[in-house]
Ligand binder design. Structure first.
Ligand SMILES: [Zn+2]
Length: 89
């Protein structure tokens, strides 16, 4: 099963940090199944049911079968619902 790594970004910018930090912050990293009708595109919803339209797609794909579905650098933001869905037998 092809899995797309989708970053849910926070559009909220704290006004306390007025240093021009325009980088959106990652809130959660979700997994989305492939859309069966569009090759190479994620489906409308992540495995936990959130819409993928507002998320940023990562180019990451596991280097080998059995590797973690998301890159180690994104692990702190793992969506545990998506993670659990992928771990399920
Ligand atoms: Zn999720």
């Amino acid at each position: 099963m092809a899995i797309f790594v989708m970053s849910e970004l926070s559009k909220f910018m704290s006004e306390d940090f007025g240093q021009g930090d325009a980088h959106p912050q990652i809130k959660k990293v979700h997994a989305a199944p492939a859309d069966g009708s569009i090759p190479g595109a994620p489906g409308d919803r992540t495995l936990c049911g959130k819409p993928t339209a507002a998320m940023e797609r990562s180019d990451y794909s596991p280097p080998e079968p059995g590797s973690p579905w998301l890159p180690p650098s994104m692990r702190p933001w793992t969506c545990h619902q998506c993670d659990a869905a992928l771990q399920a037998p």
